[in-house]
Ligand binder design. Structure first.
Ligand SMILES: [Fe+2]
Ligand SMILES: [Fe+2]
Length: 135
């Protein structure tokens, strides 16, 4: 499975859009590298993606705490589940050395989490834009 940035994914908050764009690109590279069935290369690509993804979730959580705390439970829940899938993906590569499982989990991130993540992020972006306008 592959994933490409689409303009429809943009939320209109430049920092978030830049991070999302980078995540989409790192996740796609990881998916491509998985096809070569090279455990070491897959591990490197996974590390790059997962570090960026975890840093992004933490960045957003800081923004949520600052500007969008109320009603953020669902968003935080999606982040928690995303961390869980990323953890399973890391275990598939580094503990089980199972690239077929890694491919399935990467596909799961693309089909489920990216959609859920971006739909929760739409709400966050709207609140951030409102906070900026109110300044
Ligand atoms: Fe998010
Ligand atoms: Fe996000």
């Amino acid at each position: 499975m592959r994933i490409f940035w689409q303009d429809s994914m943009a939320l209109g908050v430049p920092t978030l859009d830049a991070e999302h764009r980078q995540l989409v690109s790192l996740l796609d590279s990881f998916c491509v590298i998985l096809r070569y069935r090279n455990l070491e290369a897959a591990g490197r690509a996974f590390r790059e993606f997962s570090q960026a993804a975890l840093a992004h979730l933490a960045n957003e959580e800081q923004l949520i705490a600052q500007f969008a705390h109320d009603g953020a439970e669902r968003h935080l829940d999606v982040h928690g589940r995303t961390r869980e899938v990323i953890g399973r993906l890391g275990a598939a590569i580094f503990d089980h050395r199972d690239l077929a499982a890694a491919e399935r989990l990467a596909g799961e991130i693309i089909s489920t989490w990216i959609r859920a993540l971006l739909s929760e992020d739409v709400v966050l972006a709207a609140r951030l834009k409102r906070a900026v306008r109110a300044q």
